[in-house]
Structure formats: structure tokens, C-alpha cells
Ligand binder design. Structure first.
Ligand SMILES: [Zn+2]
Length: 217
């Protein structure tokens, strides 16, 4: 989120494990660009159905429960609000939620903020229009201050969109300090250990610091 807010940064790639808050990052960026820096926004999910579910289950509660956002975006259930599940307007901007499987939903008005979620679950081609990632990113070409964000859990090594994008990036990692020796490191599965004798007990797993070797539960 710091990188996305950095005016020097145009493209942000987030490759991570599942359930660590990637969709929350996208929601926070949407909230920021409704409240603080109004802009046209495009959010792309793997399918139109997932875009609808995201709008109803994730976006709507945020708009309802966040004081700064409440009343900025009219409820799509209100008659004449001009808003639908997949398209919402707010002062100074609008938000479109679309599906990578629907080229029609990807190719319309220019947008400044393009947010792509779970890109490894996108189809290789979106109809006859080509790569849905390129199609979506193209929408922001006219804006000098555009943001292009893609997030995903990687799927198959060598055939993963997010891995390819990460390889093209400057490959930053999230470093955390060891509580014992204070040395920074990024978390690796190989440092998770548990007793194998006399029987496997994963409930006793510890994380072993790669610098000082001390184990923490
Ligand atoms: Zn340590």
C-alpha cells in the first residue's frame, strides 16, 4: 500500500500466499481513491460473477461501515441512484467492477486506477480481444498519474502470470525482524519445523530464525 501511494511508482505486483489480505489491499486503494484522490477506477476479478460477489460481499460493507465513505456512493438499491452492482459513481470519479472473462466489461472508458485481483485465475485470452491484463492496463494509458496493480497467489511455476510479473519487477520482499536477534528476514516455509519423532506433531511447529537459529512458537 505504501508503494501504491508512492507517486514515483506506476505498477505494483503482489505475489503472495492465499488469505493474507490481497483483496483488502485492493479495497483500501478503492476507498482512498473515493475519499482522498477521486479518480476513475477499474477493479477486475477473474469472472463477472466474482466481480458481482466482490461488490456485494466486500465493497458494499466497506462503503456502509467506513465513516469517510458513507454517503459518498449512493446505494445501488436506491431508485435513480445511477449505480449498479458493477458500476458506481461518486464525486469526482467512478468505479467499475469487471470480469477477466468478459472483454466487453474490460474495454470501455479510460480509467486512472486499474486493480487486478487473482490474475493467475484469469483466462489466457478474453474472447477475441486478447490478454485481459493488457486489455485492462491499456485503459489507463492516457493518464500520466496512472496506477496499475496486480495481485495473485501463484499457480504453476513457469506458467504463472503473477510470477512472470514479479520476475520483471524489482522483487521486493516483506522483511520481519527476529524477536531474539533483531535480524531481518522474509518468512520461508523451510524455516518452519516440528518434531518428527516419535510421531509427527505439526501442532508443535516453530519458526526457526535463519540468523540466530532460535525457535519461536
Ligand atoms: Zn534471530
Amino acid at each position: 500500500m505504501d508503494a501504491i501511494n508512492d507517486p514515483e511508482v506506476e505498477t505494483v505486483v503482489v505475489m503472495s500466499s492465499a488469505q493474507v489480505g490481497k483483496t483488502e489491499i485492493i479495497l483500501n486503494v478503492v476507498g482512498f481513491h473515493i475519499d482522498q484522490d477521486a479518480a476513475p477506477i477499474l477493479v477486475v476479478m477473474p469472472t463477472l460473477e466474482m466481480a458481482q460477489a466482490w461488490s456485494k460481499d466486500r465493497l458494499a460493507p466497506m462503503l456502509r461501515d467506513t465513516p469517510a465513505l458513507k454517503n459518498r456512493v449512493a446505494d445501488s438499491r436506491t431508485r435513480d441512484s445511477g449505480n449498479t452492482i458493477l458500476h458506481k459513481t461518486f464525486p469526482g470519479g467512478h468505479l467499475t467492477a469487471s470480469g477477466a472473462n468478459s472483454p466487453a466489461s474490460l474495454a470501455s472508458r479510460p480509467v486512472r486506477i486499474v486493480l487486478l485481483d487473482e490474475v493467475d485465475r484469469y483466462p489466457v485470452r478474453s474472447g477475441v480481444e486478447g490478454d485481459p491484463v493488457n486489455l485492462a492496463f491499456k485503459r489507463a494509458s492516457a493518464f500520466w498519474n496512472r496506477k496499475r496493480v496486480m495481485t495473485s497467489t501463484p499457480t504453476i511455476k513457469g506458467a504463472s502470470r503473477i510470477e512472470a510479473a514479479f520476475e520483471e519487477s524489482d522483487k521486493r520482499r516483506y522483511f520481519v525482524p527476529c524477536p531474539d536477534c533483531d535480524e531481518s528476514q522474509h518468512l520461508r516455509w523451510s524455516q518452519v519445523q516440528w518434531p518428527s519423532e516419535p510421531e509427527h506433531r505439526p501442532e508443535e511447529a516453530v519458526y526457526v530464525c535463519e540468523h540466530c537459529g532460535l525457535a519461536r512458537v
